[in-house]
Design a protein around this ligand. Structure first.
Ligand SMILES: [Zn+2]
Length: 82
């Protein structure tokens, strides 16, 4: 099971790695409501590199906000996550 999970992450597109982080983040809130150390521990168990994904989303999430509100995503330059 662990090998399958690792293989999946290696072949995942960069954007899907961010989507996975968002999904895991929201699912962790089902166990822990607040952003406590336990909350981040839970995420770390599932996504050991979550900090990299979180940092990217914290920095670039604003581009997706405009994308959803205006549906002008193709006119905006969205940074590449790698
Ligand atoms: Zn949260």
């Amino acid at each position: 099971m662990r090998e399958v999970s690792s293989l999946r992450q290696e072949h995942q597109s960069p954007l899907m790695r961010i989507v996975d982080y968002i999904v895991v983040h929201e699912m962790a809130h089902m166990t822990e409501k607040n952003h406590t150390p336990e909350f981040w521990h839970i995420i770390g168990l599932i996504l050991p590199d979550y900090e990299t994904r979180k940092e990217w989303l914290d920095k670039n999430g604003k581009y997706f906000s405009g994308w959803i509100e205006n549906s002008n995503c193709l006119k905006n330059s969205i940074p590449i996550y790698d």
